[in-house]
Design a protein around this ligand. Structure first.
Ligand SMILES: O=C(O)C(=O)C[C@]1(C(=O)O)C=C[C@@H](O)C=C1
Length: 115
C-alpha cells in the first residue's frame, strides 16, 4: 500500500508537467498523465455534485433517467471532442459510462434524501 505521503511526494502540479510533444522519457509521460488524472478527478467530483443538485431539484424520481438529455449530452461531447482532437472512440464510451454511473449516483441520492 502506498502511503499518502509517498503519493504526494511523487505528484506533479498540473502546470508543472511537460507537454506530450516535449516528453523524452516514460517518467515525463507518466508525470503528465498523473497530473491530468488529478485534474480530471477534481472536475468529475464537481460534475458529481451537479447530480446531487439534480436529485434535489427534479420534480420526481421518473425524471432522473432522461434519455433525450443523455442523447443531447453525448452529441455535445462528440461535437466538442472533434475540434479538441479527442478520438470519438474514447469520448463516446467514456461519457456513456460516466452518464450511466452519474444516473446511479443520482438515483441513490434521490432515494436517500427524498425516497
Ligand atoms: O441533465 C440531467 O438531467 C442530469 O441529471 C445529468 C445526466 C448526466 O449525467 O449528464 C444524468 C442523468 C440524466 O438521465 C441525464 C443526464
Amino acid at each position: 500500500m502506498t502511503s499518502p505521503a509517498a503519493v504526494a511526494a511523487r505528484s506533479v502540479d498540473i502546470d508543472d508537467r511537460k507537454a506530450p510533444e516535449d516528453c523524452a522519457t516514460m517518467v515525463d509521460v507518466r508525470q503528465g498523465v498523473d497530473a491530468l488524472d488529478r485534474a480530471l478527478v477534481t472536475l468529475l467530483a464537481e460534475r458529481q455534485r451537479y447530480m446531487d443538485a439534480a436529485a434535489r431539484i427534479k420534480p420526481n424520481r421518473d425524471a432522473v433517467f432522461d434519455q433525450a438529455r443523455i442523447d443531447d449530452v453525448v452529441a455535445k461531447v462528440l461535437a466538442a471532442a472533434e475540434p479538441a482532437g479527442l478520438s470519438p472512440d474514447i469520448a463516446e464510451p467514456v461519457w456513456r459510462l460516466l452518464i450511466d454511473r452519474c444516473i446511479a449516483h443520482e438515483f441513490a441520492k434521490y432515494d436517500a434524501t427524498r425516497g
